[in-house]
Design a protein around this ligand. Structure first.
Ligand SMILES: NC(=O)c1ccc[n+]([C@@H]2O[C@H](COP(=O)([O-])OP(=O)(O)OC[C@H]3O[C@@H](n4cnc5c(N)ncnc54)[C@H](O)[C@@H]3O)[C@@H](O)[C@H]2O)c1
Length: 423
């Protein structure tokens, strides 16, 4: 039955990835007729068969949405016709340090062909301030012949989804909303008002775009701060982890960040560079905090390798030929997302030096890893000259690691024991 026949609002979500899929399902659950549009035919097939590739979305939830008839994954652009609301959730990567908005441009052009008066288009993909008004709006206008604001509504709403976080979900995380004019803002706020508990309006789309970049740059810079501190503290013989825990008892004016092997995923290594690129392009100036944070965080995998080499050296072993067991390759705890994961850089560097790298990661499938994947067993731990805890998944048995590993380089402060050295 068509949306017109059911009287339900028709929503198109362009991009069915980590961000688009949860949004599409939530919208179907509150009563929209949702088309989940994606160019990746394999992803569409997998979704249509009821199998989810996003860990936070269990197959039962996807199955329910499919059975309700209110969620339809597709790669057929003809099904976009007649939408009331469209949300763009496509990737915004960097190409040689420069924002690559080709996916956003393609998504806007596709939507432009199906845009009709009164409809709403929202960009959720992370991008530099000005993208909605300077890039998406003009493409929609050119293709459709309609005018943003007067003929159709246009807005920006940054996604704050935190994969693996069971406490803060799409529904209970406040959603920043914006529009190119007052009526667009009302329309964006009304749409998200049905999906989430609280919406937070900003006066324009640039402020909403900057909000997302501020949040991620804040995180990126603070992680770089503790990473640099960890390296100095190690040389000074001071326990940085203890200092961080002590500082975290301050009830005001301090936020806890912890060191690690580097940052990964599709947000932290990328989003701050969208902001520094915009600052440089528009003002000719460098965003020094971002550049410094990039520099520190990008060097962390090398630092981990250096620490491991020093430890093996103390044991009289070269990396060449050493058995090295990496625990966790995903960029983030309790997720199977290995995009831009610093553990991959650690593994590559060790393998390039002749290290025999094996990986334990219960969240990753064997085919997503180029190194032999093994289970975490006493035998594997005992066979390894060194174990590196890269990603501290809750599923790991840390007591087993402490009992059976000869040497552990713990980059996350999760293992206790005599053979354990922390970052
Ligand atoms: N993953 C996160 O945790 C997160 C959080 C907040 C914001 N974001 C931002 O959200 C955006 C999407 O990220 P993601 O992690 O969901 O990406 P993703 O790679 O998981 O999914 C994007 C999907 O878009 C599809 N796609 C690309 N071009 C398309 C087009 N023209 N038409 C239809 N489909 C198209 C791809 O095939 C892919 O399936 C990015 O800008 C990202 O920075 C991501």
């Amino acid at each position: 039955m068509s949306a017109a026949a059911t009287g339900r609002q028709r929503l198109v979500v362009v991009g069915q990835g980590y961000v688009g899929l949860p949004l599409a399902l939530r919208a179907a659950e509150v009563g929209y007729d949702v088309i989940g549009f994606d160019l990746d035919v394999d992803r569409v097939k997998q979704l249509s068969s009821g199998s989810s590739y996003v860990e936070d979305i269990p197959d039962e939830r996807l199955g329910q949405a499919l059975r309700s008839g209110r969620y339809r994954p597709t790669d057929d652009p003809r099904l976009l016709a007649g939408f009331d609301v469209a949300v763009i959730d496509v990737p915004t990567p960097l190409r040689e340090g420069v924002p690559n908005l080709s996916h956003v441009e393609a998504a806007a052009a596709t939507l432009g062909h199906h845009l009709r008066p009164g409809a709403l288009v929202v960009l959720e993909s992370t991008s530099y301030p000005g993208t909605t008004e300077e890039l998406v709006g003009p493409i929609l206008e050119d293709v459709s012949g309609l005018v943003a604001g007067s003929d159709f509504h246009l807005g920006y709403s940054p996604e704050r989804i935190d994969p693996g976080n069971r406490t803060w979900t799409l529904e209970n995380t406040p959603k920043v909303v914006s529009g190119v004019d007052e009526r667009s803002l009302q329309s964006v706020a009304a749409f998200y008002g049905r999906l989430v508990e609280r919406t937070v309006p900003t006066s324009g789309t640039r402020e909403a775009e900057l909000t997302k970049l501020l949040e991620n740059t804040f995180r990126h810079v603070n992680i770089a701060l503790v990473n640099e501190l960890a390296m100095f503290a190690a040389d000074l013989g001071i326990d940085v982890w203890e200092a961080i825990e002590a500082a975290s008892t301050k009830p005001f004016g301090y936020l806890r960040f912890t060191p690690g092997p580097g940052v990964g995923g599709h947000c932290l290594p990328i989003d701050p560079s969208y902001l520094s690129w915009k600052v440089h392009r528009s003002l000719g100036q460098s965003f020094r905090f971002v550049e410094l944070a990039n520099d520190v965080n990008e060097h962390m995998p090398d630092y981990v390798v250096r620490r491991l080499m020093a430890a093996l050296n103390r044991m009289g072993r070269p990396v060449n030929g050493a058995q090295i067991l990496l625990l966790g390759l995903a960029y983030k705890r309790n997720t199977g997302d290995a995009r831009e994961a610093p553990g991959t850089v650690v593994a590559q560097s060790l393998a390039a030096l002749g290290g025999q790298v094996r990986v334990v990661d219960p969240h990753l499938s064997d085919d997503s890893c180029t190194y032999p994947m093994v289970d975490l067993t006493a035998a594997e731990l005992e066979a390894a000259d060194a174990v590196v805890l890269v990603t501290d998944h809750d599923a790991f048995d840390y007591d087993l690691v402490a009992r059976h590993a000869r040497y552990v380089l713990d980059t996350r402060n999760r293992v206790d024991g005599p053979g354990v050295e922390r970052l």
